[in-house]
Design a protein around this ligand. Structure first.
Ligand code: GLC
Length: 440
């Protein structure tokens, strides 16, 4: 009997180990397209575009009454919505995935939900679902489709939260009511999962409740049951696959396996009367910074109520796309670059680490330098112009293990108008000297 028990325990522990291994393996496999993609386009479409006010937060923070906020439903027309043009623009930018709001905190669904009547199909003159035609166009172009979904819903009568200083009830006092909300939001997740099969789920608003209250683990498994390879962002109280620092720029390299910086093009997610546009140079330099630190950029657009995209955002996407055409080799399918201290600027590496890409800011060119590179250089080219450059190794002492400094003179006439990439082909995977000089 004892033997049997031991055999049983052994079997169980072996299976769990094997299971964990396959899970880890599967996660790495399913995350690969995301790791290679580097650029995604975020879309905040919603009725807040009618007045051009803060998405959902404007009524929550009492800048406008709830009744006035909801009057925007009547002005949401999508009359010039052109999913083909949207997908073309996204493709032109070089992005490999796009994430669109299926429902923001205001509770207005952008698709034909059967769970309540608060959707653009039932409650606005647009009278149509905007998700399916968009995803269809993205998929035709091989661009992955992401669904943003707010777990919290400030409009739902069974959701506790409403305005920033009032709530409807306390969960501890009325579990039944909370259970009704749970079936509601999980029902919407099931709908979206089966109607649109998102490649990526982008949850938001998890901070208002705990993992137990959301039933995060159950939410994760119901998504994966219908859609085994779906990627889930990190806003599910600990049950996601990757991290999403928002509007924040890491200075040292984040430790997460996968991460994505989500960022607005002006200072707002939705269409807004806000002219603080980031320039194409600023967006490109932030993009390069994220990629060199092993992350992605999810760059946001806020379309107008009629479905058109503001000209400034179109321009940023086109400039980004043109830059990617010239320099994308250094971005897509690469891995994060050298640790700080070897080059005064961002870098990336080819997956096999035998090619090093150096990113040069500004338009000055001149002499750039790599420190502690313990490799032979086979070849140096400037992306875009394909100009060949020669290295000069300085200060290599025959008896010392410390590599010399590699200087590369980059002439003015090969510079990119935003950021120039110098491609350095190495003899073998990059090997770095990280010591303090001297004989060590
Ligand atoms: C925040 C905001 C939300 C926005 C999101 C995008 O969580 O609540 O309005 O949609 O960030 O990252």
């Amino acid at each position: 009997m004892k033997k049997l028990l031991i055999a049983f325990v052994l079997l169980v522990s072996l299976t769990t180990n094997a299971q964990q291994k396959t899970d880890a393996g599967t996660i790495k496999d399913k995350m690969q397209w995301f790791a290679d993609a580097k650029l995604g386009i975020f879309i905040h479409a919603g009725i807040y575009a009618v007045n051009g006010i803060d998405e959902s937060w404007s009524f929550h923070n009492k800048k406008i009454t709830y009744a006035d906020y909801m009057k925007q439903l009547k002005g949401f027309t999508l009359k010039n919505y052109d999913p083909v043009a949207w997908a073309d623009l996204i493709q032109e930018s070089g992005a490999r995935y796009s994430v669109i709001t299926t429902k923001h905190h205001d509770g207005v669904s952008m698709y034909d939900t059967k769970m309540n009547k608060l959707s653009i199909v039932q409650a606005t003159p647009a009278k149509k679902d905007m998700i399916k035609p968009f995803f269809d166009e993205l998929r035709k172009r091989n661009i992955k489709c992401g669904a943003y979904f707010s777990l919290l819903d400030w409009s739902h009568p069974d959701y506790p939260g409403f305005l920033n200083d009032s709530s409807r009830y306390k969960i501890a006092n009325d579990y039944e009511r909370w259970n009704r909300y749970r079936s509601f939001f999980q029902g919407q997740i099931k709908e979206i999962n089966s109607m649109f099969k998102p490649d990526l789920w982008w949850f938001d608003g998890d901070w208002e409740r705990s993992a137990e209250e959301w039933e995060s683990q159950k939410v994760r498994s119901l998504i994966l049951a219908g859609n085994a390879n779906a990627i889930i962002n990190g806003r599910l109280q600990g049950y996601g696959d990757y991290d999403t620092p928002e509007q924040n720029f890491p200075v040292s390299r984040p430790k997460f396996n996968w991460w994505e910086l989500c960022m607005t093009t002006n200072d707002n997610w939705g269409f807004h009367h806000d002219n603080n546009w980031k320039t194409p140079y600023e967006v490109i330099s932030i993009f390069v910074d994220a990629v060199s630190n092993g992350g992605n950029l999810l760059l946001d657009m806020g379309p107008k109520e009629d479905g058109t995209i503001p000209a400034e955002q179109v321009n940023v996407l086109k400039e980004l796309g043109a830059w990617n055409k010239r320099n994308g080799e250094a971005i897509f399918n690469t891995i994060g670059g050298l640790p700080q201290g070897h080059f005064y600027g961002p870098t990336t590496l080819s997956k096999d680490s035998t090619t090093l890409y150096l990113f040069l800011h500004g338009s000055s060119g001149g002499n750039i330098m790599i420190k502690g590179l313990d490799n032979k250089i086979q070849d140096i080219t400037v992306l875009g112009s394909n100009t060949k450059l020669a290295p000069k190794v300085v200060g290599k002492i025959s008896w010392s293990p410390v590599p010399g400094l590699v200087y590369i003179n980059v002439p003015q006439n090969v510079l990119d108008k935003y950021i120039t990439v110098v491609k350095v082909k190495l003899d073998k995977p990059v090997k770095l000297y990280r010591g303090q000089g001297g004989l060590n």
